[in-house]
Design a protein around this ligand. Structure first.
Ligand SMILES: O=C(O)COP(=O)(O)O
Ligand SMILES: [Mg+2]
Length: 226
């Protein structure tokens, strides 16, 4: 059965994480991180390793990149931050792409009257830039980025804001790929579906999600089962 043939779930708002959930953004994040590390005199990190470092924002990514290649200081993170941003802004979607099945699933949810929103730790401006680059600028009711509020995931406030600012239709569910996302959903008391193929730093079974899916075409059935 395809995503389109399923009646959707009881959920009226579905909020999505971005990196490693809606899109495989690791190639461009890796290039930007390695650009910054090179500028700081560090060796590059293989893309496969960077996939485990994404999900807590740019500064955390730099911190992990520095830790993997030598000492970490706040001063080095401060130095690397603008170098990372300048590169990433110019290459936000050079090699990144939506995961297979995302568009059909989002279309099916919207056709069923579900409001869709994004709650990411990516900076809000970079998120809009990415969405525009892949032609998704009008897809989501609202985007809450890592700097939209004074706090970011795993604080539940950004998830609550994504729901409220997109109309507040309940019940809501959250879809993500990392422990940041499952912790956010738990803190908010909102059901969570995790993807087994996103970016995470532990076996996906240990994320503690209510449902774990291996492909986007399993999302609507998973939501229907919650
Ligand atoms: O770490 C980031 O920059 C963003 O990651 P997220 O979209 O998975 O929240
Ligand atoms: Mg993610």
């Amino acid at each position: 059965m395809t995503a389109e043939t399923f009646a959707t779930s009881r959920f009226r708002t579905v909020v999505f994480d971005l990196d490693g959930t809606l899109a495989d953004t690791a190639p461009d994040l890796t290039a930007a991180l390695n650009h910054a590390l090179t500028a700081l005199g560090r060796p590059p990190i293989p893309p496969a390793d960077v996939r485990h470092m994404v999900g807590h924002g740019v500064r955390a990514l730099l911190q992990k990149g520095l830790a993997a290649t030598g000492e970490v200081t706040e001063a080095l993170i401060d130095q690397g931050f603008p170098v990372f941003l300048e590169y990433y802004e110019a290459h936000v979607a050079d090699h990144s792409h939506a995961f297979e099945g995302v568009e059909a699933t989002l279309d099916a949810l919207v056709a069923d009257g579900v409001t869709i929103a994004i709650c990411t730790n990516k900076l809000e401006a970079l998120t809009h830039r990415f969405l525009k680059a892949i032609g998704w600028e009008n897809r989501f009711a609202v985007v809450i980025g890592g700097d939209t509020l004074p706090v970011r995931k795993p604080d539940p406030a950004p998830l609550f804001a994504a729901i409220a600012r997109s109309g507040g239709a309940l019940p809501a569910a959250f879809i993500g790929d990392s422990i940041t996302d499952t912790d956010t959903a738990k803190a908010a008391g909102i059901p969570c579906v995790a993807l087994s193929f996103g970016f995470h730093d532990r076996p996906p079974e240990q994320l503690g999600a209510d449902r774990l899916i291996d492909h986007w075409n399993q999302l609507i059935p998973a939501l229907a089962s919650l």
